[in-house]
Every structure is written in C-alpha cells, then in structure tokens.
Design a binder for this molecule. Sequence first.
Ligand SMILES: [Zn+2]
Length: 341
Amino acid sequence: MTLVIDCHGHYTTAPEPHNAWREAQKAAFKAGEAPPPYPAISDDAIRETIENNQLRLIRERGADHTIFSPRASAMAHHVGDQQVSEAWARACNDLVARVALLYPETFTGVCMLPQSPAADLSASIAELRRCVVELGFVGCNLNPDPGGGHFRHPPLTDAYWFPIYEAMCELDVPAMIHVSGSCNPGLHATGAFYIAADTIAFMQLLEGDLFARFPKLRFIIPHGGGAVPYHWGRYRGLADMLGKPALDGHLMNNVFFDTCVYHQPGVNLLAEVIGSKNILFGSEMVGAVRGIDPTTGHYFDDTRRYVDALAIDEAERHAIFEGNARRVFPRLDAKLKAQGL
Ligand SMILES: [Zn+2]
C-alpha cells in the first residue's frame, strides 16, 4: 500500500478573525501604534474551515496526508518590519499547529519564517526552532525574495543565508523555496513571481557550490520546479559552460520538485526529464488555481490523477507519492511511523 503524501498545502481558508487581525496589525504599524490582541479562535471555527475545504478535497481526491503551511501569498514579508513579521509568523504557525493537533493523521505542519527585508535571519531561526521543537513541525518555507518581487536579496548561495541552513541541517528539516505576494505591478504573484522565483532559485544553486558546503541541506522547489524541467538541456549546458559538475551530483541529491503544474503533459515531462527520485507529490490546494479544466472536466489542482496516469512502474509511483517525502522530511517519517504507518 502506498500512502499519498501531499508535500504542498497551505491554510488558505484560515478563519476570518485571523485575517482581520492581520489587517488590524498592518493598520496599527502604519499608525505607529501597537497591534490589537490576537482574537480567540475556537477549535470549531478551525474545524469548519478545514472540513469544508482541504479535508473534503483530500478525501475526494484520495490523498492521505498533507504537509501544511500558512498561506504563502499572505506571508508578505515586505510588509512592516521585523517585529510585524515575527508576530504574524507566530500567529500563522500557531494556527497551523492547531490544525495538525486536531487532525494528526492528516496534517503535519511546516512553518513560515518571520523574514523581513532589512533583517538578518536570527528571528527566523528562532521561529524555526520553536516550530520544530515545540510544535512538531517538519520543515519551513524559505522566501528567497522577502522584498516581494524586486529580487534585491543575495542569492541563496550567499553567506547571508548560511545561519538558517546550519539550523535546518541541525534540526534535519528541509525548506520549500517559496516566495509570497508580489508588490511589483509587473509580476503577477502566482503566475509570474512564483514561477520566476522557482527558476531563479535553481539557477542560483547551479552557479554556486552550496551542497558541497551543506551536503545534508534539502530544498523543494515548488510549482514543478518553475521553468527548469522544460529547459533542462539549457541548465545542463550552463553547468557545463560554467565548469560545474553534472547536475546529478551537483544539485539533484538535494533539490526536489513538486507536481504542481496542473496538466498531464507537464507532469509527463517532469517525470521523463527529472525522474521519480526527485519528485514529491504536491497539489498546493486550495491554492493558486481553483477552477475546472474544461478539456478534462477535472479540477486543475487535482494533481493525483496526473501522477496515477504516468507511464511509470509502481516503485517509481511509490517514490513520488510517499517514499521521497519520507526521505526529504525525516521528521514526518518518524511521526508516521509512530502512528503505525
Ligand atoms: Zn505554495
């Protein structure tokens, strides 16, 4: 039997008082005032938002477990300052922790980090530790562009990022490279910014030597790896031109892609080009694309059916659905084993 583990889910349906508090927090920052206290949110309010949305779809679509993080587009690290980001990240992560506590067999938390454009990563490291050690989270979402669409941060291979990589290696947790909302009017958040950032992240890793320094570090590049699989020949050729080792050894023991590309030919290409060793099943639902594909009659983000339809053997399918997620998220593996799975 294969467990279907979805490595990419966000709490996009969080209870309204949570979102209202964020608006109040932003307004208070603008006015130079302290934010209001965070509202009380009942377990029932959380259950309602989960059971009518993610849990219903997980059951309908035949997934078993979702690695669940706060809504990515709302991380908005470019808003406010370090303190604002810290309070927001803590509120979002605590809410995800409550979902994982209410549904331990279905959800496991991954945290957002309180990144802030002008800050170093010490607050992010502290929040990562809190989430992993105290809340049982198994990974984090790392924003390579906390400025929100201007790409002013140093590349992911720069020493700026090393302290959080050291913490990730020590805690044995991976990061999904995930940008947030765009404040650049030329970059649509989910259609342009996300896919561009995924592609840029891969090229930064290619140009550097990060995994020689951090051999245990693991990244998931979401949304199918951006444009990378489609342009695989370009990246292999660039590695050659830049005098880098072949991508297999240079990057592909440490970098993984999810299946959030939302159509069959795209997932076919992903499986053919990248191969099952580096693919984790993901849906990003309820998320970026919520409609029904008129050519198939199925939801675009019903990604399990694309993987089911791949012409691969059962060992490869098992790797994509379950095995790779257990390997990349050892703390999830331990949690599932403790549940007898
Ligand atoms: Zn996402």
